[in-house]
Design a protein around this ligand. Structure first.
Ligand code: GLC
Length: 627
């Protein structure tokens, strides 16, 4: 009997090994080629291969089964019913176990993809919202343990929910073991960062490298007097840039990636990707070696844990973003943030001129349909106003004054603006500034609430829902920011916490207001109107074929500069999604007098014109309703 069990086990192991070997064989030559091109180090490549096998062996049976199913399904995440939500664990539910307990609420929100904001060990007060990781294998003690995380992942999988986490690979915290040892002067560890005793090298870099945090953390280097060296710190001085010229750094970070994947993560958000390779004399952004590294990471994932999705955080100008998808034959990231569309959407809110947004949509729609964007209105970061200024200036809008216009508008300084929020990293030299605030505050929920003006509130809610409807109309995966589903407004209490006060991004990183969720079934409350409104749209999105990931999508010319018109076609059906980016009510002419179903009201009728109130929208499906 025992012999038989042993034999069965041996056969199963041989089967698993064969799966690994097959996946390795598929990528081996390209992986080796790229690795050698970058590092020329055979021994380190051999170590990488044997470690990949180790992590594969450690991956549990349930995850391997999920990998196999997802491999067979193809792009499993490209489904019209995907809906994400990003959240801070502590703000939302105290700790990881708390998130497990709150899963029923998230299901009620129709969410099946949860992005947990950084939760790995990170020094208090020097954490950049958790983006300064001190230990890639340890959860912040106050949030729980790795076991809690793996347990949450398992619970999520049982409910068909995917889990996403950040992989901060550009830098470590100065408290990370490598940094601590480097600071002690251990050469082996210093070589994992960028150390210079001679100030002329940092000075050379500063000539060509822009600044990420010009006000809160100026410069790209930090002087360590105890060591008599400068260390490269692109972000905050406590975030030390890793040196990916050193193959030890690449290998170890890949092992960390695989370790985290093995905890049951489904989506790995690679933080600050464009920055991971540095070269003097360049701007140290989007260098070709970055693409080599991301491509290698994609292959490593496909060999060990092919169910995993790489989400690239590329907050760059439009032409720099799409290359991170790689090519269809040699893909890099599975998903990218649709950052330009997000910023351009808010630009349209302020200008009431849809031209740039339409142009941006046309660019996105022209990309291969395999390219999956993550669409969002707001996230944990500021809005950087990365717009197409070449086009804007051809229309007479110059970059610096235009940014000032947008920032004034969203701070509520402009006549007629209902938005509230704060500037972020105002750069006195370039005149540049970014913007922080929640969706609801930017739509006027905060100001209307303050003024107790029901009419203004109605407008604010309508604007909020219309912007979400526009986000849901885009191809890709919609992502809500926790709190937006109940119209949560800015939180100014961060100013009382000395660790947070200098960073205005905390204005939209407030505690989740559970009290407000009690009102979601009250149809008259703001929370109820927003929650129910979003819910209805989400349900339509996941049931109607016109929202298929591979639908044909294009914008339509319309004679009004405030009306954005998007058409989606799939399975013989046609959706006309029309958005009014202005305060004035509009009569919109359909392309022909025909039978349409208004997907929101469910009414089918012969229609020639549609009345849109200010900031209103319609989703009109051509043809008769099935019901
Ligand atoms: C990413 C994060 C941001 C953080 C930065 C540095 O851009 O989204 O919050 O400050 O990386 O890690």
């Amino acid at each position: 009997m025992a012999g038989k069990t042993r034999k069965v086990k041996k056969a199963a192991k041989a089967g698993e090994d064969a799966v690994f070997q097959k996946r390795l064989a598929r990528h081996h030559d390209e992986l080796r080629w790229l690795y050698m091109e970058l590092y020329g180090n055979d021994a380190m490549f051999a170590e990488l291969c044997s470690q990949m096998k180790e992590y594969y062996d450690q991956r549990n049976a349930k995850l391997k089964k999920l990998d196999a199913e997802r491999e067979a399904a193809g792009a499993w995440y490209r489904k019209r019913d995907m809906l994400g939500m990003m959240m801070y664990i502590d703000n939302f539910a105290g700790d990881i176990k708390g998130v497990s307990r709150k899963l029923p609420y998230l299901e009620k929100c129709n969410v099946n993809y949860i992005h947990l904001m950084p939760f790995l060990d990170s020094p208090k007060g020097r954490s950049d919202g958790g983006y300064a990781v001190a230990d890639f294998r340890k959860v912040k003690p106050e949030l729980g343990t790795m076991e809690d995380l793996a347990d949450l992942a398992e619970k999520c999988h049982e409910k068909g929910i995917s889990l996403c986490m950040d992989f901060v690979m550009n830098h470590t915290s100065e408290d990370h073991e490598w940094a601590v040892r480097a600071r002690r002067g251990e050469g082996e560890y210093m070589s994992r960062y960028f150390f210079y005793a001679d100030p002329s090298i940092p000075q050379e870099y500063e000539k060509t490298v822009p600044q990420v945090f010009p006000t809160t953390a100026p410069g790209n280097f930090t002087y360590l007097p105890e060591l008599g060296h400068y260390v490269m710190t692109t972000f905050y001085p406590y975030q030390w840039d890793l040196n990916y010229r050193n193959p030890r750094v690449f290998n170890e970070m890949m092992y960390n990636f695989l370790y985290l994947a093995n905890q049951g993560m489904d989506i790995i958000r690679i933080d600050a990707v464009p920055y991971i390779w540095k070269e003097p004399g360049t701007n140290c952004r989007n260098l070709p070696q970055v693409h080599t590294i991301v491509r290698m990471m994609r292959m490593i994932g496909e060999i060990v844990c092919p169910g995993i999705v790489l989400l690239g955080e590329v907050v760059m100008e439009p032409d720099k973003v799409a290359p991170y998808f790689g090519t269809v034959e040699k893909p890099e990231c599975h998903m990218l943030y649709n950052v330009t569309t997000m910023a351009t959407t808010w630009n349209t809110v302020a200008t009431r001129d849809i031209r740039l947004l339409r142009q941006q949509m046309d660019i996105v729609c022209a990309l291969p349909r395999e390219y999956t964007f993550l669409n969002y209105l707001r996230c944990h970061d500021d809005i950087g106003w990365g717009l197409d200024y070449a086009t804007l200036s051809s229309w007479g809008m110059k970059e610096v004054p235009h940014k000032k216009y947008l920032n004034d508008y969203f701070q509520g300084k402009t006549e007629g603006s209902v938005s509230r929020g704060e500037l972020y990293n105002e750069d006195p030299v370039t005149g540049d500034a970014r913007f922080c605030g929640t969706t609801a505050s930017m739509c006027g929920v905060e100001s209307a609430g303050f003024e107790q003006d029901e009419q203004k509130m109605e407008w604010a809610v309508r604007k909020d829902l219309m912007l979400h409807a526009y986000m849901f109309t885009q191809s890709g995966i919609p992502m809500l920011y926790s709190g937006d589903e109940i119209g949560q407004v800015n939180d100014y209490t961060y100013k009382e916490d000395p660790d947070k006060a200098p960073d205005s991004r905390y204005i939209h990183r407030g505690k989740f207001c559970w009290d407000l969720t009690e009102k979601i079934s009250d149809k008259d409350s703001v929370q109820g109107r927003i929650f129910e409104g979003l819910s209805a749209l989400e349900k339509i999105r996941r049931t109607e074929a016109v929202f298929n990931a591979d639908a044909e999508v294009y914008t339509k010319d319309y004679s009004d500069q405030s009306i954005l018109w998007v058409v989606r076609r799939a399975e013989g059906e046609e959706l006309h999604a029309v958005f009014n980016f202005s305060d004035e009510g509009k009569t919109v002419w359909m392309p022909e007098k025909a039978e349409y179903t208004d997907l929101v009201t469910g009414r089918t009728a012969e229609v020639e014109t549609v009345e849109l109130p200010g900031w209103g929208f319609v989703w009109m499906k051509k043809g008769s309703a099935e019901s």
